[in-house]
Design a protein around this ligand. Structure first.
Ligand code: SAM
Length: 208
């Protein structure tokens, strides 16, 4: 297997020692700016219940759980090494009942409808095989007035990276707005952006 294919598969679902020790570092360093923009953009009401899809090493969860406004933060990730790292990183908050981390595919993990004030996903949308269905499910799980936020890098920046196009699906800002608009009744759809190191960071946002 070519390294580009191997790396792309690991980015989609980190596995084994390479996932645990190498991809975790790649995520923590490479996704920090996008996580920061997501945190700054996410509207949070008091005692908010927040879900992160593809929570990786749990870095955003840790920052969210540190916000006094947040009541409960949940993460779902189908990678065993990532889930183990995220649980270790957030062990005190898990003990306090402020964080829960689920091992599983978001599309197959049961959550109640109208349960969340906010649902975030950072650098993970590229891997969704049925993005419209996943967005429709996000809509269903949000309480009325709740917000979905997708952190991503735009197609033209992603195209410059050596990644496997069979694994990564790229989105322009317009593609992402259309994904929100066409998959469910999201309203007030908008995009925030900030220049990052080498790539622009984008957060697309929509409300139920
Ligand atoms: C590129 S990493 C991003 C991790 C984290 N959001 C961050 O910014 O550091 C993508 C993560 O999403 C997870 N993932 C991808 N598709 C998923 C799915 N359908 N359900 C649950 N987790 C998923 C992977 O296991 C991986 O940990």
């Amino acid at each position: 297997m070519r390294f580009v294919d191997f790396f792309s598969r690991q980015a989609r679902k980190p596995r084994g020692l390479f996932g645990r020790f190498f991809m975790s570092k790649v995520f923590d360093k490479g996704n920090a700016e996008l996580n920061a923009l997501t945190l700054a953009t996410l509207p949070l009401r008091d005692n908010a219940r927040v879900l992160e899809i593809g929570s990786g090493t749990g870095a955003l969860i840790e920052q969210l759980a540190g916000r006094p406004a947040v009541g409960l933060v949940e993460g779902v990730d189908f990678s065993k090494p990532m889930t183990a790292i995220a649980r270790k990183r957030n062990r005190e908050a898990i003990k306090m009942g402020r964080v829960r981390i689920h091992l599983g595919d978001f599309d197959a993990t049961p959550f109640e409808p109208d349960a969340f004030d906010a649902i975030a996903s950072v650098n993970t949308v590229y891997f969704w095989s049925k993005p419209a269905e996943t967005m429709a499910r996000i809509y269903e799980l949000l309480r009325p007035g709740g917000a979905a936020i997708i952190g991503f890098h735009e197609k033209s920046d992603m195209e410059r990276m050596p990644l496997d196009r069979d694994i990564f699906r790229y989105y322009s800002v317009e593609d992402m707005a259309a994904l929100f608009a066409d998959s469910a009744n999201f309203r007030n759809i908008r995009t925030a952006s900030e220049e990052g190191t080498g790539k622009t960071c984008y957060c697309a946002l929509g409300f139920k």
